[in-house]
Design a protein. Structure first.
Length: 187
């Protein structure tokens, strides 16, 4: 189960959804149902957008992901940023759909020992598939954990970087260097 309000970011006040103002209070849930109902046209559009990006998912799965992302986004909203809540939420959902589509594409690729490049699984000889435990043997616990969280669990780089006390850019750069060194030592 995913906790949505784990950081105690509470918001209360009037927000703009489309062309209407709605009072919401995230600590007791007032107005959240109204926001969800008012955003149904945008949700329909986002479902179509998500279906185009990732045609392997069912419409119900995409819709459920959209509503979870909307609920998470409501807690991240800051009224002083001048964007309406509906615009803010649509952007967050759109970015989330793009991220999940990219992660799905990465997971569908296989790493081949011969060339150590990402290639589609059907072109990789099963003998050359990497056993994950053996591939991670030369990494310390911290980097094993980071690699597993990003590439296996599909967590976002920004979430992992925050937990590790790094910037997303710094983690990406360090991870690329670690993997590049590993690739060079295999060849």
């Amino acid at each position: 189960m995913k906790l949505i309000n784990s950081r105690n970011n509470h918001f209360q006040g009037e927000v703009r959804v489309g062309d209407q103002n709605v009072y919401i209070n995230t600590s007791d849930g007032t107005g959240i149902n109204d926001v969800l109902n008012m955003m149904k046209p945008q949700v329909k559009y986002l479902i179509c957008f998500g279906k185009k990006l990732n045609c392997n998912l069912d419409q119900e799965d995409i819709e459920q992901d959209i509503y979870v992302t909307i609920l998470e986004g409501i807690f991240k909203y800051k009224k002083n940023e001048k964007a309406s809540l509906s615009t803010f939420l649509c952007q967050i959902v759109r970015n989330s759909l793009i991220d999940s589509s990219r992660k799905a594409k990465v997971r569908n690729k296989m790493v081949c020992v011969d060339c150590f490049e990402n290639i589609e699984q059907k072109f990789c000889d099963p003998v050359n598939k990497i056993d994950l435990n053996n591939a991670l043997n030369n990494y310390d616990y911290k980097w094993k954990n980071i690699i597993l969280r990003i590439f296996v669990n599909g967590e976002s780089i920004s979430a992992v970087a925050k937990d590790e006390g790094m910037s997303p850019w710094g983690l990406t750069r360090s991870l690329r260097r670690k993997l590049k060194r590993k690739n060079e030592s295999i060849r």
